[in-house]
Design a protein around this ligand. Structure first.
Ligand code: ADP
Ligand code: MG
Length: 250
């Protein structure tokens, strides 16, 4: 579903991604782990073309993201085409990023109506289904501030799912939560993984990675240092840098 090949990205003179490759099959969960500053968020932002890559390719479901190829050259797509591609890639952020002036229901119907062109009533029906999926049916009329952080993040997940994306990217979805609220969000994410959602999850929750990931990627200084099954990478890491990192976080 997702193919990232030899992606390079610098900010000014500073290289942040130095040839990152990653493949995620449909229905699979990939966890990306690594130290702060290693380029994890940048990688996710490159996947949905929020950052323009300097070299390499990102493909979603066989289609280049952000570019079209013509006569062997890449041309950046017009904004409208990029927006259409982004609709296929859900994103869940550390800080929820819900629209604070909108109710839960309004948060969930906005993009399906505005971007996908669903009717208000179809979008409302779909929103209710998504709320049920994250265990928050009945909260349609609440405002984000009336919900706990864990509930807000579950709403943010429901909002991403309401677009029926091909892929959902999670950037440290539980890092901003009080410890007692982490579990409810991870439970929802494990449920989605079990239902076959294709996910890339940047996380420090090694328990989640061990249970839910098909594959774990260790990123350090803008490079994939090690990848494999959770039991291989987390249980028997081969690279000293992976071992060092895991000793610090476990
Ligand atoms: P991580 O998510 O792994 O903590 P990031 O991808 O956020 O890492 O950042 C990787 C590096 O890129 C950091 O050194 C960060 O300061 C730098 N960086 C990220 N975004 C920008 C930006 N927009 N402009 C300049 N530097 C950036
Ligand atoms: Mg980050």
């Amino acid at each position: 579903m997702l193919r990232v090949r030899d992606v390079h990205k610098s900010f000014g003179p500073t290289p942040v991604l130095k040839g990152v490759s990653l493949e995620v099959a449909a229905g699979e969960v990939t966890c990306v782990i690594g130290p702060s500053g290693s380029g994890k968020s940048t990688l996710l932002r490159c996947v949905n073309h929020l950052e323009k890559i300097d070299a390499g390719v990102v493909e979603l479901d066989g289609e280049l993201v952000g570019y079209r190829e013509s006569a062997g050259k890449l041309h950046e797509l017009p904004d409208r085409a990029i927006a259409r591609q982004r609709a296929e890639i859900g994103m869940v952020f550390q800080n929820f990023n819900l629209f604070g002036h909108m109710t839960v229901l309004e948060n969930l119907v906005e993009a399906p109506v505005g971007v996908r062109g669903l009717s208000k009533s179809d979008a409302t029906g779909r929103a209710r289904e998504m709320l049920e999926l994250v265990g928050l049916q009945g909260r349609e009329d609440s405002y984000p501030r009336q919900l706990s952080g864990g509930q807000q993040q579950r709403i943010a997940i429901a909002r991403a799912l309401a677009m029926r994306p091909k892929l959902v990217l999670f950037d440290e979805p539980t890092s901003a939560l009080d410890p007692e609220l982490v579990g409810e969000v991870l439970t929802v994410m494990k449920d989605l993984a079990a239902r076959g959602l294709t996910m890339v999850v940047v996380t420090h929750e090694m328990g989640f990675a061990r249970e839910a990931a098909d594959s774990v990627v260790f990123l350090d200084e803008g490079q994939v240092v090690e990848r494999g099954t959770p039991s291989a990478v987390l249980g028997a890491p081969r690279e000293p840098r992976t071992r060092e990192f895991l000793e610090r976080v476990l």
